[in-house]
Structure formats: structure tokens, C-alpha cells
Design a binder for this molecule. Structure first.
Ligand code: FE2
Length: 339
């Protein structure tokens, strides 16, 4: 009888202590995500609280909140950024078997501290008015050091994580010395001092200020969708995309991803939320909005991205390497004069 009374008491009191919620710190900013969160709540009864901001600002916030942080999930882009959070010891291992089953090992943290939610390729955009298809076919990242590209290439600065991860992937594949030799020649081919974001590089190529740009694949989807305005739509229509290194290791792949924080108050709900994000239906919904590539092969990217061509060879280098080799990559870019 006493036991029954106790259980009764616990079931009445418990909801007051364990509110069914999950707190997400995210640097993603899609209005459409609201609908996604509402659906998760409907499915599971778990309320989603979102704190959004720049990745670096959120990370600072996490650190200053320390053990008292309400954050359950940290959601950001680039394996290099996830690595930083992991290195600071802020993540715990993801325990969901579902998530670990769906996401391949090369797209997760060393001890599953974080997992990919979607993929992006760092590709070449070229202006077909100025670059012949014969000239560009079979292009590799390494080949961009060739003298024939002198004054023809644009890319953003070396302080950008996407570029640091690209260089880290080169170090992982061809070694430091070869990468440094490559970087010196590559920098020598720049059409201008690095400036602007990925989209600025694509626009520069569309305007004929340069012939080739390196930028992330999803930007072309955003631009082609028209959501970013007429100027970007026009620019996107003028350029073509090329997936480098198709005859060897494949095109450089990075991720957007998430991890569960070490002091997360709602670990179970956090695992549930990650399972929700990697489920086929939600993957489709997300990549249609973000123009990234889905984690599983049986989900199609958005129509805009499908129109650029499917089935390119992806570099399967573990994205763990990008964080591990990040300091080396930064030093190397510095030495090679990449501003
Ligand atoms: Fe981006």
C-alpha cells in the first residue's frame, strides 16, 4: 500500500520536475524550421525551445553558462566547428542506435560526440563564357595550382572555416608538404585578394571578374530558388558547377551537424530529436529548404540541386580529420600567403 501511495505521489509530482522539453542552441536560421519543431512536438509531446545565433556567440554563451546551461543540443555547420566544441569537452557521446545506424562513421565525431545532419560539397563554379568544358573537365583541387588558372580564381579568405577544412582534407590526402606547395601556387592564381562570402565569389564569376570560384554547393540552390533576390538568381543562371576529383578520391564533403551537451538536462529528448532529424521524412524536408545533401542515399536533394547532377563521387575522408588538422591547415595557409 505504501508503495502504491509512493508511486501515486511520484506520478503527480514528477511532471513538475521533468518538463518534456528539449533546448536547442542553433546557428541554423530557417523560418521553415518552426514547422519542423511543431511537428516534433506533436509527434513526441516534447516542446522545442530554440536559442539561435552565430555559432561563435552560442559557443561563448555555452561556456559562460557552464554546468548551469539549459542547452541540450548544439547545432552548427562545419565539422571543424563541431570539433572545437568537442575539444572543449562540452559534448557527451550520442547513444541513439538509430542515429548511429543511419549516419556513416566518417560523418561523426571520434566518440560519437557529434553527428552529421546534412552534407555539403565544396565545389567549383565556372563561367562557361570564359572556361571551355574541355579545359575544365577532370579538374581537381590540386589542378587549381596549374599556371593556366593564373589570375582566374576567386575564393574567400583563409579565416573561413570552410576553406580551413578544405585545406585540412588536402593535408589528410596528399600530406603537408604537397599541400603547402599546392597552396603557394594556388594563391598565386587568385584574381583578387580574398574578400566576401561564398556567394560573392559565385557572383564575381557570373560578372566575369574571375573565371572560377570555389564555394559550397547549397549556395547555388539558394540563389536559383529566387529567395535571395533577382540579382543572385541571374548570377546563378550564368555559372556552371563542377565536382572536382571525380577520377580519384572524390569531391570534398563537409557537414552541418549536432551534438548533445555534456550537461544536457534532457538527454533522452535530445536523442529523440536527433533521431527525428535523421529520419527520411525530415531529411527530405530539411534539404528541400537548405539545399544541402541528405545523409541517406535514398532521400533526394532538392529539385534545384538534383538539376545540377546526381551521383557524383564524394570524398569519404573522415570529417573528423578537419578538426584534428585545423591548426596545421591555418598555419599552412598563413605560410603560403593566403590572406
Ligand atoms: Fe554557409
Amino acid at each position: 500500500m505504501r508503495k502504491i501511495l509512493f508511486l501515486l505521489l511520484v506520478s503527480i509530482v514528477a511532471p513538475a520536475f521533468s518538463s518534456a522539453e528539449v533546448n536547442i542552441y542553433t546557428s541554423r536560421h530557417y523560418d521553415s524550421d518552426e514547422a519542423l519543431y511543431a511537428e516534433f512536438t506533436q509527434e513526441t509531446g516534447v516542446k522545442v525551445n530554440i536559442i539561435s545565433g552565430k555559432g561563435s556567440a552560442l559557443l561563448e554563451r555555452l561556456k559562460s553558462e557552464g554546468k548551469n546551461s539549459p542547452a541540450d543540443i548544439f547545432f552548427t555547420v562545419d565539422a571543424g566547428n563541431l570539433w572545437k566544441v568537442q575539444k572543449d569537452g562540452l559534448f557527451q557521446s550520442i547513444s541513439s542506435e538509430k542515429v548511429l545506424d543511419i549516419v556513416p562513421d566518417n560523418l561523426r565525431g571520434p566518440k560519437n560526440e557529434w553527428t552529421a545532419i546534412a552534407k555539403r560539397a565544396r565545389v567549383v563554379f565556372y563561367n562557361p563564357d570564359n572556361v571551355g568544358s574541355d579545359e575544365i573537365k577532370n579538374l581537381t583541387y590540386e589542378g587549381l595550382a596549374d599556371e593556366k588558372w593564373k589570375n582566374r580564381v576567386v575564393i574567400r579568405s583563409s579565416s573561413n572555416m570552410y576553406n580551413q577544412s578544405l585545406v585540412a582534407s588536402l593535408i589528410a590526402n596528399i600530406g603537408i608538404e604537397n599541400t603547402e606547395n599546392w597552396a603557394r601556387k594556388f594563391v598565386g592564381n587568385f584574381a583578387r585578394k580574398p574578400q566576401g562570402n561564398d556567394r560573392s565569389q559565385i557572383i564575381a564569376v557570373a560578372n566575369g571578374e574571375a573565371d572560377i570560384a570555389i564555394a559550397n554547393s547549397y549556395y547555388i540552390g539558394i540563389m536559383l530558388s529566387g529567395a535571395a533576390g533577382k540579382e543572385q538568381l541571374q548570377a546563378a543562371k550564368k555559372v556552371k558547377i563542377l565536382f572536382p576529383n571525380q577520377k580519384d578520391r572524390g569531391t570534398h564533403i563537409n557537414i552541418s551537424g549536432a551534438g548533445i551537451l555534456k550537461n544536457a538536462p534532457n538527454v533522452k529528448n535530445a536523442n529523440l530529436f536527433l533521431e527525428f532529424l535523421v529520419s527520411k521524412r525530415v531529411q527530405k524536408y530539411m534539404v528541400d529548404k537548405s539545399f544541402e545533401y541528405p545523409i541517406s542515399e535514398d532521400v533526394l536533394p532538392s529539385p534545384e540541386i538534383v538539376s545540377l547532377g546526381l551521383g557524383f563521387k564524394e570524398d569519404s575522408t573522415s570529417v573528423k580529420k578537419f578538426g584534428e588538422l585545423n591548426p596545421e591547415a591555418i598555419r599552412l595557409m598563413d605560410r603560403s600567403g593566403w590572406k
